[in-house]
Design a protein around this ligand. Structure first.
Ligand SMILES: Cc1cc2nc3c(=O)[nH]c(=O)nc-3n(C[C@H](O)[C@H](O)[C@H](O)COP(=O)(O)O)c2cc1C
Length: 182
């Protein structure tokens, strides 16, 4: 049996997508994983805008930053949208962002579990996406997740290949873990 920790570690923000379609059943299960994320006081400060229609995707591609042009090959885009006033307000912290962060990770992990690649991003023009998708003013786009099967590395441009070749790293366990006090 694949251990959850193994799947968590295997997840990567890859950029080489195939344009092979993802089934509706898979998309539904990915969104269902997002829907079941925990949230502060169960406020569930998330909404998901899913793009699969080719014409809609191609309009949305106009909003991507140049560095994220690799996302144009992905057959699914999920915008994780949040209402800034929608989360809980404990400690004066923006818990709505924690809610959407947890939903996002659930989405990423379910995609990995299904053998897909899923890449969260912040590199896009929010106004372009908001206008074309009629997202109400009180909502913000927290992240855009590209989802699809892993595709051909050789189809990437040189700069993107360079990013893909970089090893995935993390701060050392002992640098971030404090036992029995700071
Ligand atoms: C909120 C957020 C925004 C991100 N924005 C981008 C982006 O615009 N372009 C990109 O290539 N990767 C983006 N990433 C991916 C990160 O670069 C990546 O998660 C990080 O380097 C760790 O790599 P890993 O996800 O493969 O472990 C983003 C990730 C997060 C969580």
């Amino acid at each position: 049996m694949v251990q959850l920790l193994e799947e968590i570690k295997n997840r990567k923000s890859g950029r080489a997508f195939s344009d092979e379609p993802v089934t509706e059943e898979m998309i539904d299960s990915i969104l269902e994983a997002g829907r079941w994320a925990p949230s502060c006081s169960n406020t569930q400060a998330w909404e998901f805008v899913v793009l699969t229609d080719k014409e809609t995707l191609s309009k949305a591609h106009e909003g991507l930053s140049r560095g994220n042009a690799w996302g144009k090959r992905a057959p699914v885009m999920v915008l994780v949208v949040t209402e800034q006033s929608g989360g809980c307000t404990s400690h004066g912290l923006p818990y709505y962002m924690m809610d959407v962060g947890l939903a996002t990770e659930n989405i990423l992990l379910q995609a990995v579990h299904l053998g897909l690649l899923a890449h969260p991003t912040a590199g896009w023009d929010e106004q372009i996406l908001r206008d074309m998708l009629n997202i109400p003013d009180e909502y913000r786009i927290a992240t855009v997740i590209f989802i699809g099967y892993e595709g051909d590395f050789d189809k990437l441009d040189e700069r993107t290949k360079e990013k893909e070749r970089k090893p995935r790293t993390r701060k050392a366990f002992t640098d971030i873990v404090h036992r029995d006090g700071w």
